[in-house]
Design a protein around this ligand. Structure first.
Ligand code: ZN
Length: 663
């Protein structure tokens, strides 16, 4: 492990808080030290209040901030005197402690200070860093772990036995640290939890963290237990699937997601990974023993649940979770949903779940680190996680339960997956935006390369795909299932609008070209997506982007009008046939949507001129005299998939400002 400290870069961060920001980001940049909001840092400083009087404060990481991207407002300024007094109390409930921490703030608008704030305050040095370093956890989470850490660190750290984070831990540290700290002490080690280091400068505290974490890595390396995934594991994964059957396809993935979503009581996004590292782990003969003990550090439980599901028997997992709650819970607690967030399966590999793609990704990151920690601990002396009771305490902590009660309603499509065709421009692109805004994860297909060039975000998968090629659709559905777990919403938008051509001159090739894209490709998409939509936790939804031309065709548009009319019939039959599969199929008929790629200013001007109209009049040439935009169509398409239309199928809705010929 290397220090990322750079004196030149650091010089740009002037003052205590700025230095704190700089080195916190360095700590956050290394996922083997902290992950996804884990870990925390602080600096003690003296600031002037509005009367010009100085007071001692400690800036502690605020909750909701991530060390990797933290900014000065991410640190909560607490009065030192208040925190030190709290540390003297005999007892304090964690709810009271959270309240007292807020009361200690010199800025009432600051985020709530980390629950480890008191612990930071009692450590005497100015800068304090706290991580959950992988290597350290691999050493402490073994039988005889305490003996090992004493061998590694000697007097350099004060070792604190495991106690749940919160006031009790702060109180214990306040008692033990001064008693055991010596002249050589540079840190404090919390068994089965993590590591604190401190120093007079940001650099000193940070580099001590790097040094102490490196010592744990070196210890593991000396025992042949540290090199990430070992080469033995990789060779295991590359063995043929002989005894394990074929690789599970999209339908098996979607069926598993449906079962877990049912257990969770809400749709979940499921990511599936089957690389060498996860397959090697999922096929370990001792998997049952090592993977059913608990997380590497207690706060992971919020993301991963205490243990993964091994195999695919979701009912058995749910029953076991209910037993766990019955054993450790009490009537004042509300049981969390009993669904797994991590699944290990010999064929599937590693599947992780969350209410959003981001959450599923966080569970994946955490579990990948967990696998490495378990493997290392196992190699050095045997993996041993904290007892279930300790993990339960953190999972059902007052403060976590309060957070859940406060959490607002999730977006309407949270946990759901949508697929949009023709998604790189115009109405399709707008549909992607409307669905993402409602919390869906979106698989965007387009023949244009640009579909993949959208800024990377976890809930978006852009795939270049020619929808007239069956095997390309098949591949896209496979990729989509691995990224998000299935399919809930299908928006059939891809289509072509050829230039005007009188019927008498329309070639068979031109006709077939239009039919191929506007009609045939949609038949294939509907057919291929049907079994996946059938497995949608809340029922599948299809929106077909039709056209005003279905009801009011125009001269010169024979192929286009016929293709859209046939597509309309296809959608009606789908609505009839799939109602019992809980799949709704509805159609939108837009007209004169000009903010798309085809309608350049030039084309628009010449069309308007040919009707003897201004561009403005041409754009609003409808009953309501309004301009219809891609966004208007997309928003309605998204709403059609939502609860307002839950009892509507087979509908055809115009979105055209009103067309005289249709009305
Ligand atoms: Zn911690």
């Amino acid at each position: 492990m290397k220090s990322l400290w750079n004196d030149t870069e650091a010089a740009a961060f002037v003052g205590d808080l700025a230095q704190r920001v700089y080195s916190s980001r360095l700590l956050g940049a290394d996922s083997t030290l902290v992950m996804h909001g884990g870990g925390n840092t602080s600096v003690k400083s003296r600031v002037k209040d509005i009367f010009g009087e100085g007071e001692d404060v400690i800036f502690v990481k605020g909750s909701g901030w991530d060390l990797a991207t933290i900014e000065p407002p991410g640190f909560s300024p607490c009065r030192m005197s208040h925190l030190l007094k709290l540390a003297q109390l005999d007892s304090l409930s964690d709810t009271q402690m959270a309240l007292e921490l807020r009361k200690s703030l010199t800025d009432p608008g600051a985020p709530s200070p980390s629950v480890e704030a008191i612990l930071h305050a009692i450590l005497p040095a100015r800068f304090v860093d706290h991580s959950h370093a992988d290597a350290l956890l691999a050493v402490t989470n073994t039988p005889g772990g305490e003996h090992r850490v004493r061998e590694i660190y000697g007097e350099r750290v004060v070792v604190i036995p495991y106690v749940m984070p919160g006031f009790k831990l702060a109180r214990l540290c306040a008692e033990l640290f001064p008693r055991h700290a010596g002249p050589r002490t540079v840190g404090m080690l919390l068994m089965s939890h993590g590591l604190f280091t401190f120093g007079d400068s940001a650099k000193e505290s940070y580099e001590r963290m790097i040094e102490l974490a490196s010592l744990a890595e070196e210890y593991l390396a000396r025992h042949g237990a540290w090199s990430g995934a070992s080469s033995d594991d990789a060779s295991l994964a590359s063995k043929p699937f002989k005894t394990d059957g074929p690789r599970p396809g999209p339908l098996e993935i979607a069926a598993l997601r449906r079962a877990v979503s049912a257990a969770a009581g809400a749709p979940l996004i499921m990511q599936v990974n089957a690389d060498a590292e996860v397959l090697a782990f999922a096929r370990r003969p001792d998997l049952e023993h090592i993977a059913q003990q608990g997380p590497a550090t207690p706060d992971h439980v919020i993301r991963t649940k205490r243990i993964p599901l091994i195999g695919r028997d979701v009912d058995a997992y749910v029953a076991a979770y209910r037993r766990y709650f019955a054993e450790y819970g009490d009537p004042t607690l509300t049981m969390l949903d009993p669904a797994p967030r991590v699944i290990l399966d010999r064929q599937l590999g590693l599947a992780t779940l969350g209410r959003s793609a981001k959450d599923a990704g966080i569970a994946e990151d955490i579990y990948r680190h967990t696998m490495r920690i378990i493997a290392a601990a196992n190699a050095v002396g045997g993996w041993r996680a904290l007892p279930a009771r300790d993990i339960f305490e953190v999972e059902y902590w007052d403060l976590e339960q309060a957070k859940l009660r406060k959490a607002g309603t999730p977006p309407v499509f949270a946990g759901e997956v949508a697929l949009v065709t023709g998604a790189a421009s115009g109405i399709g692109k707008a549909c992607v935006a409307s669905l993402l805004a409602r919390g869906a994860a979106v698989i965007a297909l387009d023949i244009a390369e640009t579909v993949g060039s959208v800024p990377k975000r976890p809930d978006f998968l852009g795939i270049r795909c020619d929808v007239t090629q069956e095997e390309e659709i098949e591949r896209a559905l496979e990729q989509g299932a691995r990224a998000f777990g299935g399919l809930d919403i299908l928006i059939l938008n891809a289509g072509v609008f050829p230039s005007s051509m009188p019927l008498a001159e329309l070639s068979s090739a031109a006709w077939r070209g239009v039919m191929n894209i506007n009609l045939d490709a949609n038949l294939v998409l509907l057919r291929q997506c049907h079994p996946l939509l059938k497995l949608a936790p809340r029922g599948g939804r299809v929106v077909v982007i039709g056209s005003k031309n279905v009801a009011a065709p125009g001269p010169g548009a024979a192929a286009y009008s016929a293709s859209k009319a046939a597509l309309q019939q296809l959608a009606r039959v789908a609505a009839l046939e799939w109602g019992t599969d809980r799949i709704r199929v509805n159609t939108l008929h837009p007209n004169a949507v000009f903010d798309t790629g085809i309608w350049t200013g030039e084309v628009l001007a010449s069309r308007a001129a040919s009707y003897g109209m201004s561009v403005e009049a041409y754009k609003t040439n409808n009953v309501l005299q309004v301009e219809v935009t891609s966004r208007d169509v997309a928003e309605l398409a998204a709403e059609l998939c939502g609860p307002l239309f839950a009892k509507t199928t087979g509908a055809q809705i115009p979105v055209d400002g009103g067309t005289v010929r249709v009305i």
